[in-house]
Design a protein around this ligand. Structure first.
Ligand code: NI
Length: 281
């Protein structure tokens, strides 16, 4: 194993195949607690395991979905939870939300706070309201020593501004990264990781392809955002964690690196970021 890791890239692929070592993949962002999976949730989780997806991170977007994420993580050793309030719920915060969120974070399978950020596409809450919720959760994450999972839609400028002011050097992920190289560089400079999802596999996603080629491998992650963002050739269908493999395959092809190398590095990146998951990796 050590031998083929030290080999030049060209040999790596061949030798790794000869080793027949199974890939270990991670889906860092899914919403399996949603009703879209009510009919076959266990089968979806089993298919992920068969496809080599050895870890899945279930993401909350409000308090009920955060509790549901923890329940799913309690029921499945391969699933971990992220809890938080997404900007589309900034206008309907329940009383005492901060206290509740803090207590949910005490659960041992909670590995980060998220998804949090800004959403100017749906604009369900005015930007100042989104911003104050975003900052409050960044502060909570800092206090608790947890990484953050960032949701940013049509709000690149404000996202970078707020992260620069409040979260510089704080560990975190730009979830389902979408944007050009300049935006990617700004996120990398802040110390954030870029997590790629299904759109990376779309033939016309040339901006994303450039980011995937240029960003350092040690700053990349993989996700599905299931049930959304299904990769090519399943675009438009319900997504599921097993398909994270298509994202990692595309990433490896774009970077001209062996799939085994890319998958192993992403696995290690996730372990370093989500420290509470670390001991089990
Ligand atoms: Ni999401």
């Amino acid at each position: 194993m050590l031998l083929y890791r030290a080999s030049p890239p060209g040999l790596l692929c061949y030798n790794a195949a000869a080793m027949d070592e199974p890939l270990r993949l991670i889906d860092t962002h899914s919403h399996l607690a949603l009703p879209q999976f009510d009919a076959d949730r266990e089968a979806v989780i089993a298919r992920a395991a068969e496809a080599g997806v050895a870890r899945m991170i279930e993401i909350g977007y409000d308090l009920p979905s955060s509790r549901a994420a923890i329940a799913l993580a309690e029921a499945h050793p391969a699933i971990f939870a992220v809890v938080g309030i997404q900007p589309n719920h900034a206008h309907e915060l329940p009383d005492g939300w901060e206290h509740t969120l803090r207590s949910l974070c005490a659960h041992p399978k909670v590995v980060a706070i998220g998804e949090i950020g800004l959403d100017y596409y749906w604009m369900k809450a005015p930007p100042p309201q989104q911003e104050s919720l975003f900052r409050a959760q960044l502060a909570l994450a800092r206090t608790l020593g947890l990484p953050v999972v960032i949701h940013s839609r049509d709000a690149q400028h404000d996202t970078v501004r707020i992260l620069h002011e409040d979260a510089r050097g704080q560990p975190g992920i730009m979830h389902s990264f979408s944007g050009d190289w300049a935006y990617a560089e700004a996120c990398l400079e802040l110390g954030f990781l870029l997590s790629f999802s299904g759109p990376l596999t779309f033939p016309k996603a040339t901006e994303l392809h450039e980011v995937a080629r240029r960003a350092p491998l040690e700053r990349l992650l993989s996700e599905t955002d299931s049930p959304y963002l299904s990769p090519h050739p399943y675009r438009g269908q319900r997504n599921e964690p097993a398909r994270v493999r298509l994202v990692v395959e595309r990433l490896a092809a774009l970077r001209d690196q062996p799939l085994e190398t890319v998958a192993a590095r992403i696995w290690a990146n996730a372990g370093q970021l989500f420290r509470r998951m670390g001991p089990t990796l």
